[in-house]
Design a protein around this ligand. Sequence first.
Ligand code: CTP
Length: 410
Amino acid sequence: MSYLEKKSVAIGVGGGIAVYKVCELARQLMKRGANVRVVMTRNAQEFVAPLTFQALTGNPVLTDLFDPQQDATFGHLVTGKLADLFIVAPATANLIARIRAGMADDVVTTSLLAATCPILIAPAMNTAMWENPITQGNLQALLADARYRVVGPAAGALAEKTEGMGRLSEPPDIVEAAEACLAPQDLKGWKVLVTAGPTREHLDPVRYLSNPSSGRMGFAIARAAAQRGAQVTLVSGPSELRAPAGVHLVKITSAQEMADATLSRLPGSQLFVAAAAVADQRPEKRAGQKVKKQEGPETQVLVRTPDILASAAAAVAGDGPHRPLLVGFAAETERVVEQAREKLRRKQVDLIAANDVTRIDAGFAVDTNRLTLVDCTGRTQELPCQSKSDAADALLVRAGQLRRELGLIG
Ligand code: CTP
């Protein structure tokens, strides 16, 4: 379930070329179950007509403080008051300055000043305007108040055909930040380390051993933990997925690189989740140049890669109650619970999330998962088939409970 479900989200639209992306943002918020109300500055209406937003959201659009018809029900006061979240997108330098000054000189700033909910600012402007200390000062002043958050801006091609910082964040990134504004902050203060994706074990510069892991489950766990307030590091093998907002992504290729990146970051963590599909073997030798075809049988000697999860367990074994909770995954094709229990014991971890990869709704490269959680207290919990993001949330809930049950602190 999305944190946006059944929530009332107001969007204050500023006057910038990026308004066209806000149409898509409104659609994506609604797709996640939000009721969206749009308030536009006069300049915003120069780029996109209010009718567009009205047709997209199914709600009237506020554009004028002094239109008696529009404001018969004090829309400029009620919009902010009723909203669970107010998003300002695109937040131009001018709009940010006016919000910071506490002005109420148009329908957007008035609605914002009357709002009592969290406010998410999505800036978009030319690079020099963004880097100007006046803009930075205005934004920092707003962010000093915990009610304000910022998403972006992103770097890339700008309207004036230059490259630089100042693009409006892409709608999925704004949606993700919006989710984080509404999520319970129950993991605040936690450091969470997650491994994800496949590893590649090269035998020469152009060939490798790997597996079809997409990284989706690990990325979903990292995203869910970050949205709930944790400081998250995601160590991932090659994946097409974009880094979740607010997550520190460390990209690696081989199992050894994943082991090094993970074990060095483990101390001080409250939770380690090994969701990566680590290649269990690697070629003994990696050729410096492309290996040529040979006459006769061609053989490769394979050696074991380090077991990252088991090494993590060994590394923290002496830390007593200050150690992180250790969670692993088990991809099985038969006797799922039995094998998960055996893996739990063998790797000395607290919780194994097992899935039957012979099912089409679980495992590699699909959007859903059906996990069975097997833990060191002897409990087995079967989760329903659900999206990987819901499965990630359920896993984090159980991890939080288990930390308390095991008396882990710090
Ligand atoms: N894992 C790891 N390092 C490895 C292999 C696996 O950290 N070199 C982690 C995975 O991220 C997962 C868990 O260990 O959380 C289980 O991995 P799996 O490959 O299913 O287990 P194996 O120990 O390889 O056992 P088997 O192949 O016999 O099922």
